[in-house]
Design a protein around this ligand. Structure first.
Ligand SMILES: C[S@@+](CC[C@H](N)C(=O)[O-])C[C@H]1O[C@@H](n2cnc3c(N)ncnc32)[C@H](O)[C@@H]1O
Length: 316
C-alpha cells in the first residue's frame, strides 16, 4: 500500500456546489481497496489523503473530481505521471457549449458510478444514454474506451453534433469516420435516423426517436451501463403538452430501459429530486427486476434543483 494525496479539481465545486465534499467521498467510496484518511488543505488547494496500491492510480485519476495524484513520502509529494489514460481529446466532451448541456463533471460521475456498480463480466463494455441530448455521455464514454449509443427525440441535434465533430476532428487531426443511416425505414420525422462517430476503436451512435422505444432504437444487444440526465423541468421538456415533470416519460420508458440492460448491468440516472421525488423515480422501476443501489450523491444546484442520482442494477 502507498500513501497518496489526491488534488480535488475546482470544477468539482462548479458541479456539486456546497455538497462537493459529500459527493467526493461518496464517489471514492465506490472504488474497492482505497482507504480515505481525510482532507488536507495546502497552498490554497484541497486534497484527499488516501492509501491504495500503486496500480489503482489510473482508476483514482478517473474519478470525476480528480485533478492530480501525488505519491506521499513524508513532506515529499511526487506527482504520479501515469494520468487517467483517457482517449480522444477533451474538447470532444468540453468543447461544445449549449443550453441544456449536462455538466461534464457530473456526466463523468454518472459513468464512474455505473462502472463501479456493474458486474457483467463483459470485456468490451457498452453504454446507453436513452435521453442523450447532444451526446456529452457518449463522448465521455469514448474517452473511457467504451462504445456508446444515445437516443434523443430532437432531430436537430444530429446536425449540431456533426458540426461539432467535424470541428474537433479537424482541429485535433483525429482519425475518424462519420456514417449516417437509419435503424428503420426513413421517414420525415427522422425517427430512427442515426449518426455514427468512429474513432480510437470505439463507436458512438446517436439515434433520433422516443426513448419509450429504446429497445427498437438501440438494437438487441444489451448494454452494460445505462447513464442519463433526464430533463429537469419545463426548460428541457419542451413538449407540445407543456408537461413539467418528466415522470410520465420515465414511467413509460422504464420497462424498455430495464430490458436494454444486461444481467449485472447498472444504471445511473440524474434527475431533479424536486420533480419528480425520489419515491416516484424508484416506483417507476418497481417490478422490472432491478435492485436499487444505495448511493447518495445528491447535491443542491439551485433553489429549484436538487440533483440526485438513482442507481439501479440488474442481478446476474
Ligand atoms: C437534460 S437533457 C440531456 C442533455 C445531454 N446529457 C447533453 O449533455 O447534451 C435531456 C434530454 O432528454 C431529451 N428527451 C426528453 N424527452 C425525450 C424522449 N421522450 N425521448 C428521447 N429524448 C427525450 C430532451 O430533448 C433533452 O435533450
Amino acid at each position: 500500500m502507498s500513501e497518496f494525496a489526491l488534488l480535488i479539481s475546482p470544477s468539482a465545486r462548479a458541479a456539486y456546489f456546497a455538497d462537493t465534499q459529500e459527493v467526493v467521498l461518496a464517489e471514492i467510496a465506490g472504488l474497492a481497496d482505497v482507504d480515505v484518511s481525510g482532507h488536507e488543505a495546502r497552498g490554497g488547494m484541497s486534497f484527499l489523503r488516501l492509501t491504495a496500491e500503486p496500480e489503482k492510480a489510473c482508476d483514482i485519476l478517473r474519478l470525476s473530481f480528480a485533478q492530480g495524484l501525488f505519491q506521499v513520502d513524508g513532506d515529499n509529494w511526487q506527482p504520479i505521471e501515469c494520468g487517467a489514460g483517457f482517449g480522444l481529446h477533451e474538447d470532444f466532451v468540453y468543447g461544445e457549449k449549449y443550453r441544456g448541456k449536462t455538466n461534464e463533471t457530473l456526466t463523468r460521475l454518472l459513468i464512474n458510478i455505473a462502472l463501479q456498480e456493474a458486474d457483467t463480466n463483459n470485456e468490451k463494455l457498452r453504454l446507453l444514454d436513452p435521453m442523450c441530448g447532444r451526446g456529452t455521455s457518449l463522448f465521455w464514454a469514448m474517452r473511457f474506451g467504451i462504445s456508446a449509443n444515445g437516443i434523443e427525440k430532437d432531430q436537430t441535434v444530429l446536425n449540431e453534433v456533426r458540426r461539432g465533430l467535424k470541428k474537433w476532428t479537424k482541429l485535433h487531426r483525429q482519425k475518424h469516420k462519420l456514417v449516417d443511416g437509419w435503424v428503420q425505414k426513413s421517414n420525415k420525422k427522422g425517427v430512427g435516423k442515426f449518426l455514427d462517430f468512429m474513432a480510437e476503436g470505439q463507436v458512438a451512435r446517436l439515434v433520433i426517436g422516443d426513448t419509450v422505444n429504446a429497445c427498437d432504437l438501440a438494437g438487441r444487444k444489451p448494454f452494460d451501463l445505462i447513464v442519463t440526465d433526464i430533463p429537469y423541468g419545463v426548460q428541457h421538456m419542451g413538449g407540445a403538452d407543456g408537461a413539467r415533470s418528466p415522470i410520465d416519460v420515465i414511467q413509460a420508458a422504464a420497462p424498455g430501459w430495464a430490458a436494454c440492460l444486461a444481467p449485472g448491468g447498472a444504471m445511473a440516472i440524474a434527475y431533479n429530486q424536486n420533480i419528480p421525488r425520489r419515491p416516484a423515480m424508484v416506483a417507476a422501476f418497481d417490478g422490472l427486476g432491478l435492485e436499487v443501489i444505495d448511493r447518495n450523491v445528491a447535491h443542491r444546484m439551485s433553489e429549484s434543483i436538487l440533483r440526485d442520482v438513482l442507481v439501479l442494477r440488474k442481478p446476474r
